[in-house]
Design a protein around this ligand. Structure first.
Ligand code: ARG
Length: 406
């Protein structure tokens, strides 16, 4: 492999990506490492992180504010897709990867780098997402992956860093591996590796425990326009502020914790803890407004498309022809997804208690009612059922195989 001269490294300020800087220079003979840290609303102070990369030996250290873009271009489409990997994980980490990859490529072009690098290990999903996305956007760029090759344990990595003057504060020496952004936190490793061990309260930072959640319930209303959440309790909010507020409200009531065994792309099962209060709340509300405004057949096909969309995003195929085509279907369905959903939050639960749509509801009260203004033609049911059941009757009379005593 022809060695790269200038590399742009996806930098988080953590142990692994910090050690990547001296490692790339020493072991790969790279002249210039340009560190790039993404602000995804994780709440970290980015300036100390930027400086840390310089201290670790980066020639340049850049920070990109990607929060708006992250929420508008990645989180909102996921809400419209009701995206839940394996029915449960709302992809908070997975959604950030294609954006970081896109930004890495763009920085690489600006600084004239011939390679990009990341600090993912060889057994996670994130390496797949970075490598596949970078490959799709810039097939000519080399991808350097020191943490996939160095074979060091966490202790050895910390020791290597210390040898290069990178100190790791005791507070950062947590047993957990944590990824975080505005959509949520993903926590794995340490005591969580035993699937029977309940997560300690120390794992969580965005959600209250059930014990600490208020005894009083809270009702909120979420407004959707063309499938996008646009207001909470009637107050219009830009996407970033809306997610922040949804996180605060849902988190306060202890809603949004997930504890699952999940199937990784590389073929293994892993135990994951997530807390994604706002995103999960908005998906729940979005499903509900769709149930009022989309036809039965569209809903049925869309739920299959949603599953496939979630698989693709989880598996690193954000930039792919199939994902693009599924987006076309999903976007086409969202024009009438307008209205309001009322949710009651209480002690870890978010229960839908009402939904309405002035412009787009397909719920017809005079068809649904059992009262005196019922407009449904009950007599018409007979002919409908005669024909609907015809194939079964023909099949049964030909086979005569139904044994009613069994
Ligand atoms: N398993 C999750 C995913 O694939 C989260 C991975 C988070 N990464 C981490 N370093 N904890 O999306």
């Amino acid at each position: 492999m022809g060695l790269a001269k200038r590399v742009v490294l996806a930098y988080s300020g953590g142990v692994d990506t910090s050690v990547c800087i001296p490692y790339l220079k020493k072991e790969y003979g790279i002249n210039e490492v340009v560190a790039f840290a993404a602000d995804l609303g994780q709440g970290d102070e980015l300036e100390p992180i930027r400086k840390k990369a310089l201290r670790a030996g980066a020639t340049q250290s850049l920070v990109g504010d990607l929060v708006q873009c992250f929420i508008k271009e990645f989180a909102y489409p996921a809400i419209r897709a009701n995206a839940l990997y394996e029915g449960r994980y709302p992809l908070s980490t997975a959604l950030a990867r294609p954006l970081i990859a896109r930004e890495l490529v763009s920085v690489a072009r600006k600084v004239g780098a011939d390679a990009v690098a990341h600090g993912c290990t060889g057994k996670g999903n994130d390496q797949v997402r970075f490598d596949v996305a970078i490959g799709a956007l810039a097939p000519d760029l080399k991808i350097l992956t020191p943490a996939r090759e160095w074979g060091m344990s966490r202790e050895e990595t910390i020791a290597y860093g210390e040898g290069c003057g990178i100190t790791t504060p005791v507070s950062k020496k947590s047993p957990y591996s944590i990824d975080l952004n505005l959509l949520g936190r993903s926590v794995e490793a340490g005591p969580l590796e035993d699937p029977m061990v309940a997560p300690l309260e120390e794992v969580f930072a965005m959600t209250s425990s059930i014990d600490d959640a208020p005894d009083q319930c809270q009702e909120i209303e979420i407004t959707f326009e063309e499938g996008n959440p646009v207001a909470i309790d009637g107050k219009e909010l830009d996407p970033v502020s809306l997610i922040r507020l949804a996180n605060t409200i849902a988190g306060k009531h202890g809603f949004g914790r997930i504890d699952i065994i999940e199937n990784r792309v590389v073929g293994i099962k892993s135990r994951e803890i997530y807390e994604t209060p706002g995103l999960l709340l908005l998906i729940r509300a979005h499903q509900e407004i769709e149930s009022l405004t989309l036809s039965a057949d569209v809903l049925r096909l869309k739920s299959q498309i949603e599953r496939q969309w979630s698989d693709l995003v989880y598996q690193g195929l954000w930039f792919s022809p199939l994902k693009d085509a599924l987006d076309g279907f999903i976007d086409r369905t969202q024009g009438y997804v307008n209205g309001l959903v009322r949710i009651r939050l209480h002690k870890g639960n978010a229960t839908v208690i009402g939904r309405s749509s002035n412009t787009s509801s397909l719920y017809m009260p005079d068809m649904a009612t059992y009262g005196c203004n019922d407009q449904f033609n009950h007599r018409a049911a007979e002919g409908f059922i005669y024909i609907w059941g015809l194939p079964t009757r023909l099949w049964a009379s030909a086979r005569k195989t139904f044994d009613i005593d069994n």
